[in-house]
Design a protein around this ligand. Sequence first.
Ligand code: PEP
Length: 265
Amino acid sequence: MRALVAANWKMHKTLKEAEDYLRRLLELVPPDPPVELAVFPSFTALSLASEMLSGSPVALGAQNGHPEREGAFTGEVSMHQLADLGVRYVICGHSERRRIFGETDEFVAAKVRAAWAYGITPILCVGETLEERRAGKAWEVVERQLSAALEQGLSGPLVIAYEPVWAIGTGVPAQPKDAQEMARMIRTWLLERFGERGKAVRIQYGGSVKPENAGDFLRLPEIQGALVGGASLDPQSFWRIAQAAIGGKPSGEDGPLKLQRWRRG
Ligand code: PEP
């Protein structure tokens, strides 16, 4: 499975800065890289990025999308409009949107379904806060988010980004062994719920990934990519992170776990 390394620019870059970035990135990336790259600009730069990335090895992603096709939703951009621009991936349920904009599990689920309806692959973000981890509830929270978002099934290609909230933008990443353990629980849950189809889902790690630590995560047996914020804002840094995904994984997958061990009650 080819790893997916995604650059979430968040609310950064003017059009000129976006253009410079994409030109420099396209100079760095070879025509057929062994790792898949995707860039998620602000909506203001999406059209420009669509043109510049067309026919390139770098995919276009959107940071958000509204589930309704069209209508009176001032300030929103629909999955339908994103598909029209050639967007291949859309981030659903990023913790910043859950926390700052009050997005619920149900709304995230609607986005995931709408993305599929328009041929876009959702990147479903899940992850616990520090308090929840300290209380031993990390898996409980992640399982709730997964169950809600995928309640109506797995109807298309999916990427899951495990992003512990406390690791996002803080410079303090998770321990690789904790990321690996959570990714194995997610994989086991997917296999239990969706059988063979659960194997095709890519699981990313996100949270303070940098060129210096990217290899620690991208070489984990159960991680197939990274969702990168701050360190993706420079094309050289983003490409160095992507390069860390190139190269072998340790031999022997760990195999599915018994989820019972983490289930409470
Ligand atoms: C993110 O935006 O999803 C993210 C992980 O940000 P950062 O890499 O800055 O922690």
